[in-house]
Design a protein around this ligand. Structure first.
Ligand SMILES: Cc1cc2nc3c(=O)[nH]c(=O)nc-3n(C[C@H](O)[C@H](O)[C@H](O)COP(=O)(O)OP(=O)(O)OC[C@H]3O[C@@H](n4cnc5c(N)ncnc54)[C@H](O)[C@@H]3O)c2cc1C
Length: 508
């Protein structure tokens, strides 16, 4: 009764999406959360194109779509709000993932709807249960949990444990995993307001590089708007939660009668990353594994990427009774990528400081400027579960395969990711065949074979780019390309390599 395939500790955004994804793969999951209600201080506000696409996999994209507004762009300004350097213009763009590059959402609405979806799922959810400790007995994780409502201890066992218990993760401590401090640690106050009237604040994020006080304006969804202000070391951070202090900080933008403060919090923005994301049969995801200052709006997105990367690997391992070979690629792929996000998020904060201090913006080091604007383009994956063990430009492995879109009068009417299925997928423009042995292997994986209709290819410029190269692509469940055929690599060789990498070569 008390044994599960997977136990998830912490039902913030990362744990919630991990639970929903594992459920879709038919895995028996217990999710425990110490709080009764969802977190209600101001936190995540932007969701990226990839974030939306990952939400599609978990069936929660409609929740974000109903509660979000497309972001128009981002810019750095001086204290008088004059733009410094380049700005990022996002209006009207659709990425290969099939969504606008960034959208703004109201987290209390989305988190509540996601919690309701979880409560109605097959995931066993225990709220007001606090994870206490972990032991490994007979190749199983044995965890002790304290039922806060009934004030009693309960014990559960599982094959895999996922620690998604946030920045001060007890799971991470129990696993004795150290963190690397990337040394951006600054106090900021974050304030969400509800606007009383129409306003002219615009739809772009503004990073104000004011020597006296750095600040960020975030347009947010519907009547809400957000400001973030740095707190200097000599200042008393508690005073920054006073209404009059907040009104004084916002006075450059709005008069007090034009808004109502709905949420406020002082955070220390950190940049840290765990040395390992896996130990034995336990994994860290989300803030438990990495924390970034929010300037890139990518912290929660990194947590989503962790969950999506891990969920299908756990499912394939459990369903095929494999050893942990496939799971090793989780840490290999995710540490490097999330380190980029942490470093570049801190880089944006450092760029703001450099712009604020410089008398001439030309003095600001080019590497720092590149971090500010360049970091909005995320890297592909490099080493991991790809043909030959690493990404390869010629094969496009390590890149994300574009989402097929259906248009009507130049408007997207349908996102067609579902035609790729939720497991592996072989995609080509023309017929292809594989050996009988490989056919059996692909069946075990639930791999779909798809010949893309010409009408989709013609109306999707991103798809066209990939398909005009005449390749057959082997795509992973998280939409990353495992590899593709080339003049040197046949389809059977591609599949043979996957077989070895996930340790299924002796099962067929
Ligand atoms: C001001 C601010 C703005 C941000 N803006 C963005 C943004 O725009 N876009 C973006 O992508 N990211 C953003 N982020 C980052 C994002 O909010 C976090 O990365 C994200 O919330 C992490 O989610 P998580 O599920 O990993 O951790 P958390 O949200 O911290 O969830 C952890 C959960 O674990 C539970 N828990 C902890 N310990 C235990 C225990 N022992 N037993 C049981 N349960 C436990 C907690 O109660 C909590 O519910 C922002 C962060 C801040 C601070």
């Amino acid at each position: 009764m008390n044994h599960f395939d997977v136990i998830i500790v912490g039902l913030g955004p990362s744990g919630s999406i991990a639970a929903l994804l594992l459920e879709t793969y038919g895995i028996k999951v217990l999710a425990i959360e110490k709080e009764k209600e969802i977190y209600n201080l101001p936190r995540a506000v932007t969701i990226s194109d990839q974030g939306f696409r990952m939400s599609q996999l978990a069936g929660i994209d409609h929740i974000y779509e109903e509660n979000s507004t497309v972001l128009g762009g981002a810019r750095f300004t001086d204290k008088d709000l004059n733009t410094i350097g380049n700005a990022i213009e996002l209006d009207g763009l659709i990425s290969p993932n099939g969504w606008p590059p960034s959208s703004l959402f109201h987290q209390p609405y989305t988190d509540q709807a996601i919690r309701e979806k979880l409560n109605n799922s097959k995931v066993e959810v225990l709220l007001e249960h606090e994870f206490k400790n972990l032991n490994h007995i007979d190749n199983q994780n044995v965890i002790k949990v304290f039922n806060l409502k009934e004030q009693k201890e309960v014990e559960f066992t599982c094959r895999y444990l996922i620690g998604s218990d946030g920045g001060s993760s007890l799971v991470r401590k129990e696993l004795n995993i150290q963190q690397i401090d990337l040394e951006y640690n600054r106090d900021w106050v974050v304030v969400d307001v509800e606007l009383m009237n129409e306003n002219t604040l615009g739809n772009q994020v503004i990073q104000v590089c004011d020597r006296e006080r750095l600040s960020t304006f975030v347009p947010s969804h519907l009547p809400f708007r957000r400001w973030e202000f740095i707190i200097h070391e000599h200042e008393d951070k508690n005073t920054f939660l006073d209404e009059t202090k907040i009104q004084e900080l916002i006075s450059k933008w709005l008069k007090p009668e034009e808004y109502r403060i709905i949420r406020k919090a002082v955070y220390q923005f950190h940049s840290v990353i765990a040395k390992n994301f896996q130990k034995d049969n336990c994994f860290l995801v989300g803030d438990a594994a990495h924390q970034a200052p929010p300037f890139m709006g990518e912290g929660m997105m990194s947590g989503y990427r962790d969950a999506v990367n891990l969920a299908w690997k756990i499912a394939v391992t459990i369903k095929n009774e494999l050893n942990n070979k496939l799971l090793k690629s989780y840490e290999e792929e995710r540490i490097a990528h999330s380190k980029f996000v942490v470093e570049n998020s801190a880089g944006i904060g450092e760029l703001m400081e450099a712009y604020a201090q410089a008398s001439d913006t030309e003095e600001v080091p080019k590497e720092l400027v590149a971090k500010g604007y360049g970091s909005f383009v995320l890297p592909n994956l490099s080493n991991g579960l790809f043909f030959g063990g690493k990404a390869n430009e010629k094969m496009h492995s390590g890149e994300i395969f574009p989402q097929p879109l259906q248009y009507h009068n130049s408007k997207i009417v349908k996102r067609m990711d579902h035609i790729l299925g939720s497991k592996f997928c072989l995609v080509s423009e023309s017929k292809f065949s594989v050996s009988e042995e490989n056919k059996r292997f692909l069946e075990l994986l639930g791999c779909k074979s798809l010949i893309l209709k010409k009408e989709y290819i013609d109306e999707n410029s991103w798809l066209n780019f990939f398909m005009e190269q005449g390749k057959t692509y082997l795509i992973r469940p998280d939409r990353y390309i495992f590899g593709s055929t080339t003049s040197h690599v046949t389809l059977n060789e591609l599949i043979d390599d996957l077989k070895i990498r996930i340790n299924l070569e002796n099962t067929i």
